[in-house]
Design a protein around this ligand. Structure first.
Ligand code: NAD
Length: 309
């Protein structure tokens, strides 16, 4: 029997690609329920799904911030059983902390963290009863290490990492697996939406120095990061398909090997100094070198040509 896979946030990006790749599985191992907040945006997914639509892929409405839309969506799943849950829906937030309202920060947590928690609470009783299941979480490399001016977004991904690592221990007892997938930068609408937010935002309350660092140092570096190290949503979806089809799925998977040189800076020094000081120096003292370092990462010659000694 095909496994029922429920995915959140499928109107674009990684969620859309994943839904299509699973639905088009040559061995037809999956029945995909691709959900999105706004069904008005289902056109792109339906076109990409082609013949799979109505066969191995159905589209359903679900806002991960609403218990009601979630309950309604789950009622529509045949048998009500979800074998694989993919928590993909997420939003970004960048900018100086002083210029962001608490309500804005809480919305990020409500989507990225509590959205996943809500869904897990809804599907877990069924998975436990059947003694099987797989919960995949689209986290981020920012769930592993903080990145300047991404304080709240990184915190929401750290929250996911702590929550699901804790849960993973209990759930092994029920034969349920958890996988945290950690992409680096991905070329989706995600970055465009962030840049739009940023160009419209005034960040009232942020001082001129901080605003200067954000706009003139961070933003160009971030653009370069996406340009040189960005992965395609197809690649990330492919990595997730592999995790879903694995008999012993990993708890963590970084999808971008070129980015791993940066996450290694944290792993190499548990005091945290190496990562924080390197990131600080590169951004604030030698921003030109940072751009070079990112290009070297992209071609694989980092860190030998960038960090002397
Ligand atoms: P995206 O913006 O194309 O996709 C995010 C999806 O989540 C969109 O379809 C959006 O409509 C949906 N969404 C937002 N709020 C929702 C809600 N309340 N209910 C239901 N759906 C909602 O961007 P993406 O890059 O495909 O992002 C997918 C996931 O990947 C996110 O969790 C994101 O944090 C993560 N991620 C993205 C990147 C990147 O650089 N793009 C890097 C690492 C991790």
């Amino acid at each position: 029997l095909p496994r029922t896979v429920l995915i959140s946030g499928c109107s674009s990006g990684i969620g859309l690609e994943l839904a299509v790749q699973l639905a088009r599985d040559s061995r037809q191992r999956y029945q995909v329920v691709a959900t999105m907040r706004d069904l008005g945006k289902k056109g792109t997914l339906e076109a990409a799904a082609g013949e799979a639509l109505g066969q191995t892929l159905t589209v359903a409405q679900m806002d991960v911030r609403s218990d009601e839309s979630m309950a309604q969506c789950l009622r529509c799943i045949q048998g009500g059983d979800v074998d694989v849950l993919v928590n993909n829906a997420g939003v970004g937030l960048v900018g100086p902390l002083e210029g962001l309202s608490l309500a804005t920060m809480q919305r990020v947590f409500d989507t990225n963290f509590f959205g996943a928690v809500r869904l897990v609470k809804a599907v877990l009783p069924g998975m436990k009863r059947r003694r099987q299941g797989h919960i995949v979480v689209v986290s981020s490399v920012m769930g592993l290490q903080g990145v300047v001016f991404n304080d709240v977004y990184a915190a929401s991904k750290f929250a996911l990492e702590g929550f699901f690592e804790s849960l993973a221990i209990q759930l092994l007892q029920f034969n349920i697996f958890i996988s945290l997938v950690e992409p680096g930068p991905v070329g989706t609408a995600f970055e465009e939406k962030l840049l739009e937010q940023v160009s419209a935002a005034q960040f009232p309350g942020a001082d001129p120095d901080t605003l200067h660092y954000f706009r003139d140092l961070y933003l160009p570096a971030s653009r370069e990061l996406f340009r040189s190290l960005g992965q395609s949503p197809q690649d990330v979806a492919q990595a997730i398909v592999k995790v879903i089809s694995s008999a012993r799925p990993p708890l963590r998977l970084q999808t971008n090997a070129r980015y791993s040189a940066l996450t290694a800076l944290k792993a190499a020094d548990p005091s945290g100094r190496l990562y924080v000081w390197s990131a600080h120096r590169l951004l604030f003292r030698w921003p030109g070198l940072l751009i070079r370092a990112l290009r070297c990462l992209a071609c694989g010659c980092f860190p030998s040509r960038v960090l002397p000694g």
